[in-house]
Design a binder for this molecule. Structure first.
Ligand code: NAD
Length: 698
């Protein structure tokens, strides 16, 4: 192990430079180097002051997440000892901060006597986003430095502040005009010359008037906002401890709460998702430096629900958008919806009117295909009908320039068949957005059989530059997300017949952490689309597979969900609150009787197992077929596109957490009880037998 921090002398000032690229993570080597440099600087009488600075592109990005739960994490020197040593230093220590100081990085800076930051530097304690709390004294030092309410907000939200904001709240002492290291050296020298006592956060007090009332109100707010997450409440408890306990006891309290979180399932799930996002960007067979095609002007075909949302998301990212429709009326309707949506954001104070006007001006409407001749990328979002898609792609093929990328936002249709309606299948790709497309982060990039590697690389890069999370998936009915959703919704429908109610199933899954249960989601999205699909498939449906008639009966009554005032629930005029409906209960009971099913009482646990293991079993088939490149990609799809709770890590990670042996046993039981929908995925059985998880490394 090499030491990755070193002492550089600048006359009478010792600069300790962190040198562990890319983010100067506080791994063992860096801790060893920092300790040695600190001792050398403190012990050298010719050094009057110390500057702590980062080499490369930032000060310090924090702890090394990869080191967590490994032996290296348990090897001294620990950062706590280093910070305590800095607290006791008679020589002034100044942090010279550029780029960012995040998490453990900011905690090191908090243990310095002074902080000088370059303009634009980002400072924050984002641990809560990984299900953790700042376990390096951050919850104890920050309230002492910037006050309790400000510290609490930063720690519980994980939000960063920039250098100017940090100066305003007292987090940094100076924003450097020129080079930050030079400024910090001058600052340190002046502080040493001034002499006297240098301020130490640890020796200050964190005070708040009427602490009981303040923390009671904050706890209620954080609890309501954190929706099942443990970490925000633990962060709050630690900040409260800073106001009630002496510094050292506060540190010990923080340490003990950190340990609980770092060993818990929530932070493991959130850290899994953090690494999953990095992994998703890598595509086997496509080099990181694959040349991509430039994307400046984008055409969008259709100005309906999805076309409108996609156009907004592109304009939000600064792209010029040309939107094509069949009639001026459809264009006008689409524009009115976009205007209303952006105006809502302006009304909330999250967007200025000027910026809204600029975004709106980036979207131009047209009725003529010829106007798309120069587009670099065209995204089709017309009706979900193969004949219409083929016609649109044929016309695009005729007008678009060679090399333009032609993409479809289809939810389920065959990308290869769409590609075949053009003379350039290598330029055709799926870009599957999720509704509302201007809000949801997920973008399934669907690779067709002929899609060229540079088209895939471009689509992935385009997704990232437009603030989406692109995940590459293969071509099959429903791709990854909707294919798994079918298994999940089907199972929820069977549970109804067996004895559960829509409200019980939605309630159980919402308590599990889903943003919305399947029946509320169905009512929101509209039940008619699924019904049309089932009618199309009726003739070819394998007769040996169980089929529930309940959803069809509901649709036969014209109940298509919220838009018709009734679906799985009923809705009062103008309200979106679902009200359980005895009529639906009657239909369920009738269908169950017709199917010869004796209804029974069903426990919430069975609801969770049946629906979640249906996802995992289908996910295992998707993985084995190569429709998803990795289990973690499936997890990303579910967390970012389907309201799956991030703190459970996604359906594949959740199955791993339960243990695949147990999951496989239940799947085999469900197969025996409910038939061949539950045919166990061979990959699930293999991994279970081998004692491995879906997400385990090879
Ligand atoms: P929508 O009915 O709201 O909008 C479709 C729009 O396409 C309409 O405005 C229509 O006028 C226009 N259109 C139809 N034929 C056209 C043509 N030949 N040329 C130009 N415009 C034409 O439908 P939507 O919900 O926006 O769905 C669009 C596509 O997105 C579908 O393929 C759908 O499966 C997919 N999708 C929908 C969702 C969703 O939640 N709604 C999510 C992901 C993907």
């Amino acid at each position: 192990m090499t030491a990755t921090a070193r002492l550089i002398r600048h006359d009478d000032v010792g600069v300790i430079e962190l040198d562990n690229p890319p983010v100067n993570a506080l791994a063992l080597g860096l801790r060893v180097g920092l300790e040695a440099s600190l001792e050398a600087a403190l012990g050298d009488p010719s050094i009057v002051a110390i500057v702590l600075a980062g080499g490369g592109r930032m000060f310090c990005g924090g702890a090394d997440l990869r080191e967590f739960n490994t032996p290296a994490a348990a090897q001294p020197p620990f950062t706590g000892e280093l910070r305590a040593r800095m607290d006791r230093s008679p020589k002034p220590i100044v942090a010279a901060i550029h780029g960012s100081a995040l998490g453990g990085g900011l905690e090191m800076a908090l243990a310095c006597h002074y902080r000088v930051a370059a303009p634009g530097t980002q400072l924050g304690l984002p641990e809560v986003r990984r299900g953790l709390l700042p376990g390096g004294g951050g919850t104890q030092r920050l309230p002492r430095l910037v006050g309790v309410p400000t510290a609490l907000r930063m720690i519980v939200s994980g939000d960063t502040v920039d250098a100017a904001g940090a100066k305003a709240i007292g987090l940094v002492d100076e924003v450097a005009a020129g080079d930050v290291r030079t400024a910090a050296i001058a600052f340190a020298r002046a502080a040493a010359a001034r002499g006297g006592h240098h301020p130490v956060a640890a020796t200050r007090e964190a005070r708040i008037d009427d602490a009981d009332a303040f923390f009671a109100a904050e706890r209620a707010r954080v609890k309501a906002e954190s929706r099942g997450l443990e970490a925000p409440l633990e962060c709050l408890a630690c900040v409260e401890a800073a106001t009630r306990l002496p510094f050292d006891e506060g540190l010990a309290f923080e340490r003990s709460r950190f340990r609980v979180l770092v060993e818990g399932t929530q932070s493991k799930a959130l850290r899994h998702l953090f690494f999953a996002e990095r992994a998703a960007a890598r595509i086997p067979g496509i080099a990181d430096d694959q040349v991509t095609r430039p994307v400046r002007t984008v055409g969008v075909i259709g100005a309906g629900t999805m076309g409108g949302g996609i156009a907004m998301s592109l304009a939000n990212a600064g792209l010029e958008v040309l939107q094509l429709e069949t009639t001026q009326a459809a264009l006008d309707r689409g524009r009115a919806t976009m205007t209303r949506n952006w105006a809502g954001t302006v009304a909330k104070g999250k967007l200025t009117q000027d910026e809204m006007d600029r975004r709106l001006a980036r979207v131009r409407g047209t009725l003529r295909y010829e106007d798309l001749a120069d587009a670099d990328l065209v995204i089709e979002a017309v009706f979900e009908d193969m004949a219409v898609k083929r016609e649109v792609f044929g016309r695009l093929d005729a007008v678009c320039r060679p090399g333009a990328i032609l993409a479809s936002n289809t939810s389920r249709l065959d990308i290869d068949e769409i590609a075949r309606s053009t003379s350039r299948p290598q330029d055709v790709v799926g870009l599957h957005y999720f509704s509302p497309a201007n809000v949801m982060r997920l973008l399934e990039v669907v690779r067709g059989a002929a899609t060229a590697p540079d088209v895939i690389a471009t689509a992935m890069a385009f997704g990232r530059t437009t603030a989406k999370l692109p995940v590459l998936v293969g071509n099959c009915d429903g791709f990854v997300g909707n294919r798994m959703l079918s298994a999940y919704v089907r199972e929820a429908g069977f549970l109804l017949e067996e004895g559960a109610s829509p409200a019980q199933i939605d309630g159980a899954l919402q308590r599990f952490g889903l943003a919305m249960g399947p029946f509320r989601m169905g009512d929101l999205a509209g039940l008619d689309i699924g019904w049309a699909g089932r009618k199309r498939q009726a003739a070819t449906r394998p007769k040996h597979l169980r089929y529930s008639r309940v959803a069809d009966r509901i649709c036969e009554l014209g109940r298509f969900g919220q838009k018709t005032g009734a679906g799985w629930y009923r809705y009062e005029d103008g309200s979106r609150s679902p009200i359980p409906d005895p009529e639906v209960e009657r239909i369920i009971a009738e269908c169950a009787a017709e199917a010869g099913i004796a209804r029974r009482s069903i426990a919430d646990q069975e609801i969770v197992e049946r629906t979640m293991y249906a996802l995992a079993n289908e996910g295992a088939k998707i993985l084995a077929e190569g429709v998803a490149l990795r289990a973690s990609d499936i997890d990303l799809v579910y967390v970012n596109g389907y309201g799956f709770p991030a703190y459970r890590g996604g359906p594949m990670h959740f199955a791993d957490t339960i243990g695949l042996k147990e999951v496989a046993e239940r799947v085999v039981q469900f197969h025996a009880a409910h038939g061949d929908w539950w045919t166990p995925a061979p990959l699930l059985l293999e991994r279970a037998a081998a004692g491995r998880g879906f997400n385990d490394k090879e």
